[in-house]
Write a protein that binds this ligand. Sequence first.
Ligand SMILES: CC(C)(COP(=O)(O)OP(=O)(O)OC[C@H]1O[C@@H](n2cnc3c(N)ncnc32)[C@H](O)[C@@H]1OP(=O)(O)O)[C@@H](O)C(=O)NCCC(=O)NCCS
Length: 501
Amino acid sequence: MAEKGEFGPLTRSRRRATISSSSSSSKIELLKSSNGAPSASASKTRLKRQDSHSKDPAEETRKHSRSESLSCHKLQESMLSSASSFKNYRGILNWCVVMLVLSNARLVLENLLRYGILVDPIQVVSLFLKDPYSWPAACLIIVSNVFILAALYTERKLAMGYFSERFGLLVHIINLSVVLCFPVVIVLMVPSVTPVGGAIALGVYTILFLKLYSYKDVNRWCRERMRVKARSLSRSLSCPSPPSTEGAVHVSYPGNLSLKDLFYFVFAPTLCYELNFPRSPSVRMSFLLRRLFEMLILTQLLVGLTQQWMVPIIQSSMKPLQEMDYSRMMERLLRLAVPNHLLWLIFFYSFFHSSMNFMAELLRFGDREFYRDWWNSETVTYFWQNWNIPVHKWCIRHFYKPLLRKGASKLVSQSAVFFASAFFHEYLVSVPLRMFRLWAFMGMMAQIPLAWFVGRFLRGNYGNAAVWLSLIIGQPIAVLMYVHDYYVIHHLEETADPGAL
Ligand SMILES: CC(C)(COP(=O)(O)OP(=O)(O)OC[C@H]1O[C@@H](n2cnc3c(N)ncnc32)[C@H](O)[C@@H]1OP(=O)(O)O)[C@@H](O)C(=O)NCCC(=O)NCCS
């Protein structure tokens, strides 16, 4: 009752005012102290206030706890406000996943109701082979061994001094040119090569071209170092390599010029040759089997989703494309973007993670950096530096840095790399389809202005969104262009000339 006598009856409005003033003043001080030590003046004021209002600490504590139990507000920001510094959005991420699953479940149902089951394993075989007794793409791949042997032969002759550097370079240039041109001639001349078979064979030849180019360069660098050492009267005849790890066999130039060494490089998941690759201590069977399982499952998934999801959308896009019905074209493009992107992501995982790790594990190849965190790219440049590490490493080591060393500017060297990359993208698409349209070439060259635009105007999450958008929308545009042109050439010609059927 003493309390009542001291403060008088608490009316509703007075109670609210008392609570809010005491609460807010204490909270302000609390906020101050949370940012660091409370200021000296704040502490002094608090002490003075305590002195003037009450001399009995027990009574003061009682009063304080009573006012605390009555207060239910404090000075604070809303969680979604950026000033709240709240960062835990795990539930929102789960919500996104649930929404994604739900909307895709609807899409799956709609697709099944409209088209039925389109997955057909027999049709997949026909993508690789026109005639079961003729395997031209496989034969083409087997023939590629000739070029590997030619490169080894040339290097051995160069090491023994039978070939001069100039003549050796000429032989290498001829060999590498044939590696690029020979499969083109075969794919264009032999009608039984299917587009898929042709694309695989050309992919193998392109990889071989990049590997043999690297092999030639590294062996030349070794010879140059040997000559420099010989001139400085060094007695070592080996190409300097990093010191060997415990128990590992250390190879020195020209001891590396063997069939075993070259074929190890040909099958290793890298495009850059080295005399002594880092090796893992043993083959982990469980890791190997997991990667193999992923490869098998994801390949099936890729084929199934293409047949069931991509092909019907592409087929339904042909009419709007021919009639140049822009709104329908846009709608089809956006419809295609989702499955196309999903397939690209599955391809990325199955190729850069499952397949490359499988080969690396099998060969005890130690460097497993096949990709970096390209999904966090805030610039287009970062994406190209990180999504395909074997190609990026090759570009830097055998093309970009040599150009810079020859005095080319950074912009010219970068443009040259993108030009070469655009050429190979076009090469891998146009030749198997037997039509030259330059869509892939232009898509790759467009990366230069796009990189400039994103780097100049967009930052952080906006930059990241721009990179994702360019991937999600850019690819289906190219896919639609090629499929449309292929369809016009093959199907419209067939319908225009019924006698041809
Ligand atoms: C063009 C490209 C090679 C540029 O790469 P980048 O990393 O932006 O290039 P940078 O200018 O940052 O420099 C790269 C290297 O050159 C070096 N360098 C830069 N200027 C140099 C100079 N004047 N002299 C010598 N070296 C130089 C850097 O130090 C760096 O070396 P490091 O790798 O040892 O650190 C890259 O964007 C690329 O690979 N693009 C194509 C990718 C592609 O087509 N992939 C196809 C996938 S399907």
